[in-house]
Design a protein around this ligand. Structure first.
Ligand code: RIB
Ligand code: CA
Length: 312
């Protein structure tokens, strides 16, 4: 069944790849809008990048809404040292001629969810959860319109990628993550325990470099930058493709292993800011019970996502 989805992101290299795979899947995914949030790079850069991806994909019919420019309460954390100041690594995207939207992403979310049928919209989040958290704080009733949240974020056994304790999307706004993870709607959380199993290895990079398609060429330019920056950390296996896992999950959930767990977020401890405590449901009394992805089948997932990007 074709899903109506809203993608909230901080493009960002892997966000861009997720967007392109989603845009290449119109039979399965009806993308109602893209919302952007400060994260990897400032929100205005994310806004430009999301519009650039749509221009490259020939899909400037999809509206883009700029959202929160800073977290709910912690100091902002950016990742331009990974994604480049442009947020696009080594890629250059077309300038979009689409009209600018004056509507704030939080206003868009409140209006859209507020007028939508119960359980009618899937929301994908691949950046800090500030936009949805702000919308939920303004009007908690909007949660009813969400059929599922598919979120890239958190870390369990893998440890963090910003600090030893925390993954970037949750670290960047832990209070927002706590609000969203406790919103009461079905959630599938795809954290580092899963996404670090999905790497752009040399063979996969060769596959991308051999593609004649502009979206795949842009993606390889983006990832090459991350591989160069993170080479000493990622090593021979190459950069992890975190955000595209959310789209892969929507398209082929059978490629993913999901366990039901309780997740609680550390918000007010400087050293452990953004830590996600992932525990079996019976082990603790607090924290939301959500789907936690513990594994994935990387090669079919890679083939699927490249195939969709090559349809653009
Ligand atoms: O930890 C990985 C996440 O942080 C990804 O969403 C990446 O784009 C960055 O935002
Ligand atoms: Ca992201």
């Amino acid at each position: 069944m074709r899903r109506s989805i809203i993608i909230d992101c901080d493009p960002g290299v892997d966000d861009c790849i997720a967007l392109m795979a989603a845009l290449g899947s119109p039979k399965e995914l009806d993308i109602r809008a893209i919302c952007v949030v400060a994260g990897n790079v400032p929100v205005e850069t994310c806004y430009r990048n999301a519009r650039g991806v749509l221009a490259l994909a020939g899909r400037e019919d999809v509206p883009v809404y700029a959202g929160c420019e800073r977290p709910l309460s912690v100091e902002p954390a950016f990742a331009d040292h990974v994604h480049g100041e442009s947020g696009l690594g080594g890629a250059v995207l077309p300038d979009s001629a689409a009209p600018l939207s004056g509507l704030h992403a939080v206003d868009y979310l409140c209006e859209t969810f507020g007028n939508a049928a119960p359980g009618s919209i899937t929301m994908v989040i691949t950046g800090p959860m500030t936009n949805l958290a702000t919308a939920l704080a303004r009007d908690p009733k909007i949660a009813a319109a969400v059929d599922e949240l598919v979120i890239m974020g958190g870390a369990g056994t893998e440890g963090g990628n910003v600090t030893p304790h925390a993954e970037f999307n949750v670290f960047a706004d832990p209070h927002a993550a706590e609000i969203v993870l406790n919103c009461g709607r079905p959630i599938t959380l795809i954290g580092l325990d899963a996404t670090l199993q999905f790497r752009c290895t040399a063979n996969r990079m060769q596959r991308m470099l051999a593609s004649p398609h502009s979206a795949v060429a842009a993606a390889s330019d983006m990832i090459a930058h991350v591989n160069a920056v993170y080479g000493e950390i990622y090593g021979a296996e190459g950069a992890a493709l975190h955000d595209p896992c959310t789209i892969g999950y929507l398209l082929a959930p059978e490629l993913f292993k999901v366990e039901m767990v309780r997740v609680s977020v550390v918000c007010d401890n400087a050293e452990r800011r953004g830590h996600t405590a992932v525990q079996a449901p019976s082990s603790i009394s607090d924290g939301a019970v959500i789907g936690w992805v513990t594994g994935l089948d990387a090669q079919p997932l890679f083939n699927l996502l490249i195939d969709r990007m090559e349809r653009l």
